[in-house]
Design a protein around this ligand. Structure first.
Ligand code: ASP
Ligand code: MG
Length: 462
């Protein structure tokens, strides 16, 4: 089998975990062709973003020195533990030093210029992945698995210049295939590719959006016609609900692409929202597996499961959201709608859900609570006597997802009667024509209770 495997976050938190991941690759490389995708050690991407902004806002040479020393310590300790061959270790240490030296120079540059563009921010965050890939690759070498480290650009992930949220350009699959396939079939080596980052046509580094390593893995899989993608996480798979909210939630063995996409849109932090696009078209199954429980089968995301008839399969809860309401009379509704969404897009506000009353007098937009002020401010300036804008904070969004909901009467009735019986007030409701999900908004105090009530109603738990 040809498998693209992705590791990241806690799975590569320290040297011990990195060695563990390398041993997993070794175990599965027996008789299989493996491509590894790796994302930054846990906490590193956030730390890099913070450092970039700090260097720009309050430049300080002392801070840069301290930050580089911290990064050095974290990666050196990992190398020290995971790479147990002196020659290989010396090589990867010199690569690490070179990268950290480069990072220090970039941070200094930001401080001197007092300028931080989205392009330079992408360049800075790319160091998280660029530091870890050679370390994981060296770890593989040191346990006897032939391996080579590549950046996303080396691997052929060429993107547009939409820094921070770049998309692969057309034709990218051919480039990737021509660069990676010979490594698998002729050199019989395990490429370790940096997740999350690509390159624009001028050679500048781009990133695919937070959590983008999943996307890297599926792009590579589609390009290489892989048999499967394995996303190694710290959980046994996709669950019927976050066990933090619903303690009897259980792992879902199979789920369709569509259902998984709906869930990730509604806050279940399973996948990068675009990660399934490349594999869906080629029908490549994606397995979610637990790094720390590798023998558990996990969850398979794929099209075979499209026919399942589970009415409600899983629930997600976005615990902190807010609503902006645009209302009024006597204006061209379509025109206002387009202006509203254009402004939200310009401000990079992530719209979670929308509802509109059919009298055309009210448009309710649900956004993440972190975006609420920004969304409210940018829409408030539309007020002109006929249009009014107000906001509601502290709400929760619950989404019930399942492909069997399409064409099954009574699902919404069942959800809302259960909520009614439990005296939970529903503020807003939305269901799109795809009928893959029913979403509703309640007061944030009712969020956890609401999700539990619906979970019980459909007997989703253990
Ligand atoms: N390291 C990147 C991030 O934290 C990409 C990823 O984790 O997939 O967003
Ligand atoms: Mg990360």
């Amino acid at each position: 089998m040809r498998i693209v495997m992705k590791f990241g976050g806690v799975s590569v938190k320290d040297g011990k975990n990195i060695l563990h991941c390398a041993n997993l690759v070794k175990k599965f490389s027996e008789g299989n062709e493996i491509v590894v995708v790796v994302s930054a050690m846990s906490g590193v991407t956030d730390a890099l973003i913070k450092a970039a902004n700090k260097c720009y806002a309050e430049p300080s040479a002392g801070y840069i020195k301290m930050f580089i020393a911290e990064m050095m310590k974290k990666h050196y300790e990992a190398i020290e533990y995971a790479v147990r061959n002196e020659e290989i270790k010396a090589k990867v240490i010199s690569t690490t030093e070179r990268l950290l030296d480069e990072l220090e120079k970039v941070l200094r540059g930001i401080s001197y210029l007092g300028e931080l563009t989205r392009r330079s921010e992408d360049y800075i965050v790319s160091f998280g992945e660029r530091l870890i890939a050679p370390i994981l690759s060296a770890t593989l070498l040191s346990i006897g698995v032939d391996s080579v480290a590549l950046t996303g650009g080396d691997a052929g992930i060429l993107t547009d210049k939409n820094y921070g949220r770049a998309k692969p350009i057309p034709g990218v699959y051919n480039t990737i295939k021509s660069r990676l396939e010979p490594l698998l079939t002729i050199k019989k080596t395990v490429p370790v590719v940096t997740g999350f980052i690509g390159a624009a046509d001028d050679g500048s580094i781009t990133t695919l959006g937070r959590g983008g390593s999943d996307f890297t893995a599926t792009i590579l899989a589609a390009a290489l016609d892989a048999d499967e993608v394995w996303l190694w996480k710290e959980v046994d798979g996709i669950m019927t609900c976050d066990p933090k909210y619903v303690p009897n939630a259980k792992v879902i063995p199979e789920i369709s692409y569509q259902e998984a996409m709906e869930l990730s849109h509604f806050g279940a932090k399973i996948l990068h929202p675009r990660a399934l696009e490349p594999v869906m078209r080629k029908n490549i199954p994606v397995r979610i597996k637990n790094t720390f429980n590798p023998d558990s089968p996990g969850t398979v995301i794929g099209s075979r499961t499209e026919e399942t008839t589970d009415i409600v399969k899983a629930l997600s809860l976005i615990a902190n959201a807010g609503i902006v309401n645009v209302s009024g009379a006597g204006f061209d509704f379509a025109e206002i709608m387009s202006e509203v969404f254009r402004r939200l897009a310009d401000e990079k506000v992530n719209v979670i859900m929308v509802a509109q009353s059919s009298s055309e007098l009210n448009l309710s937009i649900v956004v993440d609570s972190r975006d609420l002020e920004k969304a409210y401010r940018t829409l408030k300036s539309l007020e002109n006597g006929t249009i009014m804008v107000d906001k509601i904070s502290d709400v929760a969004v619950i989404s019930a997802v399942g492909s069997g909901m399409a064409g099954t009467p009574g699902v919404a009735g069942k959800i809302f009667s259960a909520l009614g019986r439990n005296k939970i007030n529903v503020i807003m409701i939305s269901q799109s024509c795809s009928e893959y999900n029913v979403s509703f908004v309640v007061n944030s105090n009712d969020g956890v209770n609401a999700v539990r009530v619906v979970h019980d109603e459909f007997h989703l738990g253990n």
